[in-house]
Design a protein around this ligand. Structure first.
Ligand code: SF4
Length: 265
């Protein structure tokens, strides 16, 4: 059973300017209730309303295709990004929509995932249809993940690392690792992170700090509002960021030790 949605809900939004990917058209396979296996302290969706790891149809495929078709032929779009109102790999129709896009456009596709479902063979199979996959890795151990990502079940950095390695071995597209830096990391944490990165061998690493405010409750606008400074007409909490010097130093160290390009913002 899919979730009931109101008529005005559009599962496709944008395109929005993304500093990493250019003009990004968003696809939301989740719907109006934010749904994720994490509840990250910095989540731009606000507190996650439905915390779950259940894979199911959240939005009917027919509705998503109808919304998508109204954007064809995807002019002014550099990339089609699966992100939206939660974790896209929880949607059972992820593979179906990716396969459909392959048929109708050459515009590259990107899936942003928190990595919690990468142990599932079917999820990895579906993700192989994407041109790029970005995996979240915010902590180098279970304690950090518990504090920052607040997962629905105990999950270790080792589990995310091992499942990412498995995916790396099976997937020929571009993998990036996305890491949110909330406070400066000590040398030991950076060293451990570098070891994890070396094991996964992504094509790119992205270091971020939470420059976007966090809505106090879920706001649909937040899924596509990437600007740190735009006016938001709902209550938000401004999050503490690290300075760009901190990000730059960390990026330099990681790049030197891994020979993998690191971008930061
Ligand atoms: S994984 Fe993404 S959608 Fe889920 S809580 Fe974290 S930031 Fe929000």
């Amino acid at each position: 059973m899919s979730t009931l949605i109101t008529e005005k809900f559009n599962s496709v939004y944008g395109p929005v300017d993304s500093w990493r990917y250019g003009r990004s058209l968003g696809i939301d396979l989740i719907g109006e209730v934010s749904t994720c296996s994490f509840n990250c302290v910095y989540c731009q969706l606000g507190e996650i309303e439905h915390k779950t790891e259940e894979r199911k149809i959240y939005l009917e495929t027919a509705k998503i295709l109808q919304d998508l078709n109204s954007y064809r032929p995807f002019n002014d779009t550099d990339i089609i990004t699966f992100s939206g109102s939660g974790e896209p790999t929880l949607a059972l129709n992820l593979g179906e929509i990716l396969a459909y896009l392959k048929l109708i456009t050459k515009t590259p596709t990107l899936v942003l995932t928190n990595g919690t479902t990468l142990g599932d063979t079917q999820v990895r199979k579906e993700l192989k249809l994407a041109d790029q996959v970005s995996i979240k890795l915010d902590g180098i151990n279970g304690e950090k993940i518990r504090k920052v990502n607040r997962p629905v079940r105990e999950i270790s950095a080792t589990e995310i690392r091992d499942n990412s390695i498995k995916f790396r071995q099976e997937y020929h597209g571009k993998i990036s690792i996305q890491t949110m830096i909330l406070v400066p990391w000590n040398e030991e944490h950076i060293r451990e992170y570098i070891e994890i990165i070396k094991a996964i061998q992504p094509d790119e690493i992205q270091l971020n700090t939470p420059s976007r405010p966090k809505p106090l409750k879920h706001e649909l606008d937040a899924r596509g509002n990437h600007s740190p400074t735009s006016i938001r007409d709902y209550p938000v909490k401004v999050l503490k960021c690290v300075s760009s010097d901190v990000l730059r130093n960390m990026a330099q160290k990681i790049q030197e030790m891994t020979a993998i390009p690191v971008t930061y913002r």
